[in-house]
Design a protein around this ligand. Structure first.
Ligand code: PMP
Length: 405
């Protein structure tokens, strides 16, 4: 086997398809969000650009309360936590954060993990492998972190058509009442920006005695009067068995978690290898996340401003004849429909217009639906939006991309 050729050919294949990932090298600047310094690959001097695709949806990563809490924890407690949760790495800030998260979701317990990815992977792989004769029923557009967790569990997996409750019911009926069943789905799907009919899905979970597992990664902090997610907004939060979330998007820091009944949380805490065998977050991370969750429980201003910005951007794209996808959420996807073209549009926006929006290509989205995904935040003002629309129109006309949605 020629290993070098194998690796090189694989990368050449990605490049030929326009799917090779290039990470923009950014330097965030406190007080300037959504602007950032961009360090060009060719070694030219860094320059200021506007980021239009950040998952720090509300700018909480630079909120003074978050920074102050993190600074205080660093100067008071130092760098790392000192171990896994089991071996000296459990900190009072982790415990306080778990209590805060449990309360956010109206649950009795929560469990902090390294990231949202790890929380999904660990929880589904643990439940799927330990529950006897378990079957996991998974929405066809679930995130990779859930898919990998389910696969690793080796539990039987049934896929239900995206957000199709009739199809879900047919599968549940077919499986019968005796088998252990987990219905895994998301609230806001991050690439199309559509939202699951959570109440109807929960009706079915209750009717067929299935555990409901809801990924609210793109919704926590963003929806509901206290930022508890779409389930809170829809008044059904108390009926979800396991809520999974992240601290890295609207909360602006890093980390993932589940919130559920104490017996479920204790089970994952006790059997989940992705929780047990890894070091815990530095106290400063827990402090920052705690400040962010507490702030967004009290304050609606960021959510209201974000919603207005997303609606305005969608409206302005539509008015300019740009093929913006309809979505009932904070995510604004603009269809391109071709991987190479999508990359080219993103490059031109960055190199010629100082606008950064990452191309979204296969396998993140199906081939032929490549797109630019905008996540306007409260700080994307009218001036930045004017510049974005003008730049998009210029690039669309240069590249001859179809304007029909
Ligand atoms: N679930 C969904 C739906 C996601 O989109 C992501 C990441 N983008 C994750 C889980 C993983 O979350 P994290 O970034 O905190 O690892």
């Amino acid at each position: 086997m020629n290993y070098n050729n194998f690796f090189k050919d694989a990368i050449s294949g990605l490049k030929a398809e326009g799917r090779y990932r290039v990470f923009a090298n950014l330097e965030r600047i406190v007080g300037k969000f959504p602007k950032s310094l961009y360090h060009p690959e060719n070694g030219e001097a860094p320059r200021e650009i506007t980021v239009w695709c950040s998952n720090d949806y509300l700018g909480m990563g630079q909120h003074p309360k978050v920074l102050e809490a993190m600074d205080k924890a660093v100067s008071g407690q130092g760098g790392g936590a000192g171990g896994t949760r089991n071996i000296s790495g459990s900190n009072h800030l982790h415990v306080a954060l778990e209590q805060e998260l449990a309360d956010l979701h109206g649950k009795e317990a929560a469990l902090l993990m390294t990231s949202g990815y790890v929380a999904n992977w660990t929880t589904l792989s643990t439940l799927g492998s330990k529950l006897p004769d378990c079957v996991i029923i998974s929405d066809s557009q679930n995130h990779n972190s859930m898919i990998e967790g389910m696969r690793h569990s080796k539990a039987e997996r049934r896929i239900w058509n995206h957000n199709d409750v009739e199809h879900l019911e047919a599968i549940l009926k077919d499986l019968g009442p005796e088998r252990a069943k987990i219905v895994a789905f998301e609230s806001v799907y991050s690439m199309d920006g559509d939202i699951a009919p959570i109440g109807q899905i929960l009706d079915l979970c209750e009717k067929y005695n299935a555990i409901s597992y809801l990924d609210e990664v793109h919704a926590v902090g963003m929806y509901g009067p206290r930022g508890g997610g779409v389930a809170e907004r829809d008044g059904v939060m108390h009926r979800v068995d396991i809520v999974q979330g992240t601290l890295a998007k609207a909360f602006g820091v890093i980390g993932g978690y589940i919130a559920a009944k104490p017996e479920i949380v204790d089970f994952v805490r006790s059997f989940g290898n992705g929780f047990i065998f890894t070091s815990s977050h530095p106290p400063s991370i827990a402090a920052g996340a705690l400040a962010s969750v507490r702030h967004l429980k009290e304050s609606n201003a960021e959510r209201v401003a974000q919603k207005e910005r997303a609606e305005t951007l969608r409206e302005r794209m539509r008015a300019a004849g740009l093929p913006v996808m309809d979505a009932p959420s904070h995510i604004v996807p603009l269809m391109v429909g071709n991987a190479a073209m999508c990359k080219e549009a993103s490059d031109r926006l960055l190199f010629e217009h100082d606008i950064y929006v990452q191309p979204i290509n296969y396998p993140t989205v199906p081939r032929g639906t490549e797109r630019l995904r905008f996540t306007p935040g409260p700080l994307h003002n009218d001036e930045l939006m004017d510049h974005l629309i003008d730049s998009l129109l210029a690039v669309w006309s240069q590249l001859g991309i179809s304007k029909a949605a």
